[in-house]
Design a protein around this ligand. Structure first.
Ligand code: ADP
Ligand code: MG
Length: 367
């Protein structure tokens, strides 16, 4: 069943400094019950605004949102359900716990708003704390705890209402890397136990890849691609998605009658098959670890620089006007300055010209 549905959701903000900014543009999405779905994108791309609209903290400029088959925000019909009636659990980036209240009072708060009986509140808080490894800490104040434990209080407060949907907005970004890893695991465990649907917002690609059943990549308010982590990594539909997930080389090339030449070097072909005929400029995108570096066949160039890494060796190698990063195993060693040949078994191809989002990005960065 579809648990969360967004239809053509748009949000515009108007400020003196920037005029009108479309923070979220024509956003369409269906998230299934029990799915862990991530929003990934750079800062300012509209992730939090989308989440706030789902939660009911923000009205829509256009579009509709349905939760569990119920209309919660429908602009055209003036439907708008307040946050407390949406049955959601939420955890935000900042440690949004009340420092002057005990852990018990922090976690009990949503149930007190719902005016549940005291005995029931005590029991449910106890269970929520247990699930978040905070057993017996009812009387402690959050300020006595570490950042990771404070984020556990926020998690306990979110699950205490038995939500069908959990909205997590960069909940791990204030934690150190090791703790992030542990908390990721704990969130997945809680999801298994409680069976809720998760929307997880992050700007960290490895976090999104590790947690998600499916995910989307956003840019400047627009959804650029939706799919499983593997689909997005292996078949990015745009240059932006390619560059945002994993490492990328973009080589400017001229296609001439089905042959590929590096821009700035028409003396030899690049050994790759373009998916386009005619004569045009394109960008050839490659991952540094998929380029084959040898001595016998391929595009002839030489090693500019070599850097030893733990699990591979990285070379900087010029191809026409561009310098590519190539990663090989330690047993395939080249010296700096040594001639080498490159083959590109599986490149992706993108239009060479910048698209409109580059112009809009530049406009917003003026301020
Ligand atoms: P993200 O969470 O991906 O970093 P946000 O959703 O916070 O991005 O912001 C998206 C865009 O909307 C940004 O350009 C931001 O400046 C703008 N924005 C967000 N909230 C407001 C607001 N209350 N007033 C004006 N502009 C806003
Ligand atoms: Mg945000």
């Amino acid at each position: 069943m579809e648990q969360i549905v967004l239809e053509h959701v748009t949000k515009r903000f108007t400020t003196k400094a920037l005029g009108t900014v479309t923070a979220v543009n024509d956003f369409c999405l269906k998230v299934n019950e029990g799915e862990c779905f991530s929003f990934l994108g750079p800062s300012g791309c509209g992730k939090t605004t989308t989440l706030r609209m789902i939660a009911g903290f923000e009205d829509l400029s256009e579009g509709a949102i349905y939760l569990g088959g119920h209309a919660v925000s429908v602009k055209a019909k003036n439907i708008y359900l307040p946050p407390e009636e949406r049955g959601l659990g939420m955890v935000f980036q900042a440690f949004a716990v009340w420092p002057h209240m005990t852990i018990f009072d922090n976690v009990a708060f949503p149930l007190q708003v719902q005016k549940r009986p005291a005995a029931e509140i005590r029991e449910r808080v106890k269970v929520a704390l247990k699930h978040c490894s905070l057993d017996g800490m009812e009387k402690i104040y959050p300020s006595d705890l570490s950042g990771g434990q404070q984020q556990r209080i926020a998690l306990a407060r979110a699950i205490v209402v038995n939500p069908k949907v959990m909205l997590l907005d960069e909940p791990l970004s204030n934690l150190d890397p090791q703790l992030r890893e542990t908390m990721r695991f704990e969130i997945k465990k809680l999801q298994k136990q409680f069976g809720f649907t998760i929307i997880f917002v992050t700007h960290d690609q490895s976090e999104a890849m590790a947690l998600s059943d499916r995910m989307l990549v956003m840019d400047m308010g627009n959804v650029r691609q939706i799919g499983t982590p593997v689909e997005l990594y292996n078949s990015p539909s745009s240059r932006f998605v390619h560059s945002f997930l994993g490492q990328s080389n973009f080589t400017h090339v001229d296609i001439r009658d089905g042959k590929v030449y590096a821009k700035g070097d028409h003396s030899q072909q690049i050994w790759a098959a373009p998916q386009t005929g005619g004569n045009k400029e394109m960008l050839m995108a490659t991952r540094p670890n998929t380029i084959e570096m040898g001595r016998d066949e391929g595009y002839s160039t030489k090693v500019l620089k070599r850097v030893f890494r733990t699990d591979f060796v990285e070379y900087l190698v010029p191809v026409g006007d561009d310098i590519l990063r190539v990663q090989t195993l330690h047993r395939n060693l080249f010296q700096e300055g040594e001639p080498c040949r490159l083959k590109f078994p599986s490149p992706m191809w993108y239009p060479a010209e910048e698209d409109d989002s580059d112009k809009e990005r530049a406009r917003r960065m003026i301020i």
